[in-house]
Design a binder for this molecule. Structure first.
Ligand SMILES: [Zn+2]
Length: 447
């Protein structure tokens, strides 16, 4: 028996540790995991929580691909609504993308504006990516010094005019700059020239939209990222991989020692182009959701380690911009809102494939934490922040968009039956009630 009293003790048969799911007791003090002992040791806590037999304690998820859009486009999504959605979905850390807010996070001044609005209203911890656009090479080092986790660039029009894309040579120049302070370039890899020459997306047919964003455009751009990363020696990350064609060259690059990581998203792993109804612009995202055979290869890429992690690419807009009346894929905003649903979506698909919960959580927690070099997030282990959630893996629910916390009630998953419910989320040892925002702003290296 221990004589020390912890702020919080959680006990249960199913605690997801770094050595797998095991019967444990966890002691938390000052928001940090400071004890992990076999169940039965009887740790003493000011608050003691006993997990029910159907509950697993899992580390808080880290979602490194979230577009919050505040300030400037707060009607699309704001820090309060996005971070509530995160907390409800078991996500305890988000890293915000540098675009769709105004100003975009391409200068230190813009970063400070972001932080000022995020600071008082975030329910989970929030970090920031910077942006690399034409002409801001000199801003990259100051942004790095101010704590951004890396830099995003596009290789084609980003969707918003205030965040222009880089040509491959400009990306290489910026990669060389990032290499000097060991930062990371994260890339939206679709090739501008290929997309310009592809058929138009106009109209309500999903097949036309799919043809307008061919795999080839992704393949060419990914090849470009790989070579520029190889030439500069910089670290590069492929955002939202959709084209499974690119998996062999990614595997080859990794084998060669190119510093490359890759993410994919729940929509590419759970949805199928063959099943998307015409006019259903809730499904529009870029790169697009592709065919069943492509989806299976992405799962294979995760299992064999070619793909490193799964993150949401939560990219909301107003309902208006989704062009719901006409359902025109050429006009509608491209982006899927799934921050709150990611874990249940992936778990529902994974269990059908015989993939254990430990693996799913690794893809959505430890791996994105590693990508961002977050040192105290993504695992239930001594010295880590006490960020976790109580997950009922066998509970089921049907997605009701009006019960999701993100700002605009639209989702391609509406009406879908899913497995796995997050019952409670803890941030630094406090159960989140979604009334008082207690999230903190994270800086590179300090979290
Ligand atoms: Zn995105």
């Amino acid at each position: 028996m221990s004589s020390e009293t912890y702020d919080l003790v959680i006990r249960g048969e199913r605690i997801l540790t770094t050595a797998g799911i095991a019967p444990r007791e966890i002691g938390v003090r000052d928001g940090v995991i400071v004890a992990m002992e076999p169940l039965g040791n009887g740790l003493d806590g000011a608050t003691v929580v006993e997990l029910a037999p159907d509950e697993t304690l899992i580390p808080g998820l880290v979602d490194s691909h979230v577009h919050v859009n505040e300030p400037g486009r707060t009607e699309w999504e704001g820090f309060a609504s996005a971070t509530k959605a995160a907390a409800a979905g078991g996500v305890t850390t988000i890293i915000d993308m540098p675009l769709n807010s105004i100003p975009p996070t391409v200068t230190v001044d813009a970063l400070e504006q972001k932080r000022a609005v995020a600071e008082t209203q975030s329910f989970v911890d929030v970090g920031f990516w910077g942006g690399a656009i034409p002409g801001n090479t000199a801003d990259l080092r100051p942004l790095h010094d101010e704590g951004v986790f890396g830099f995003k660039c596009f290789l084609l029009h980003s969707g918003v005019d205030e965040f222009p894309h880089l040509e491959a040579d400009e990306m290489e120049t910026d990669m060389a700059e990032l290499k000097t302070f060991d930062s990371l370039m994260i890339v939206h890899a679709e090739d501008s020239r290929s997309i310009d020459r592809a058929p138009s997306a106009e109209g309500d047919q999903y097949s036309k939209f799919l043809a307008s964003r061919p795999r080839g455009a992704e393949n060419v751009a990914i090849a470009e990222v790989i070579e520029r990363a190889r030439w500069t020696g910089a670290r590069a990350h492929i955002l939202h991989l959709s084209s499974s064609d690119a998996l062999p060259m990614i595997a080859t690059a990794k084998r060669d020692g190119v510093h490359l990581t890759v993410e994919t998203c729940p929509h590419y792993l759970t949805l199928l182009s063959e099943e998307i109804p015409n006019g259903a612009t809730a499904f529009k995202c870029c790169p697009p959701i592709r065919e069943a055979s492509n989806r299976e290869l992405l799962w294979q890429g995760l299992i064999d380690g070619t793909i490193d992690c799964i993150v949401s690419d939560h990219s909301p807009s107003t309902l208006d911009l989704k062009d719901l009346e006409n359902g025109d894929f050429g006009v509608a905003w491209g982006g899927v809102s799934s921050l709150q649903l990611g874990l249940s979506l992936i778990w529902s698909e994974a269990r059908k494939r015989g993939i254990p919960l430990e693996r799913v959580v690794e893809w959505m927690s430890a791996r994105p934490a590693k990508l961002a070099r977050l040192q105290r997030k993504g695992q239930l282990a001594l010295g880590y922040d006490a960020d976790f959630s109580v997950f009922a893996a066998d509970d089921t629910f049907v997605v009701d968009v009006n019960k999701l916390h993100h700002k605009n009630p639209i989702s391609p998953y509406a009406g879908k039956a899913l497995s796995g419910i997050v019952r409670t989320t803890y941030l630094r040892g406090e159960a989140l009630d979604l009334e008082k925002p207690t999230g903190r702003l994270l800086r590179r290296g300090a979290a």
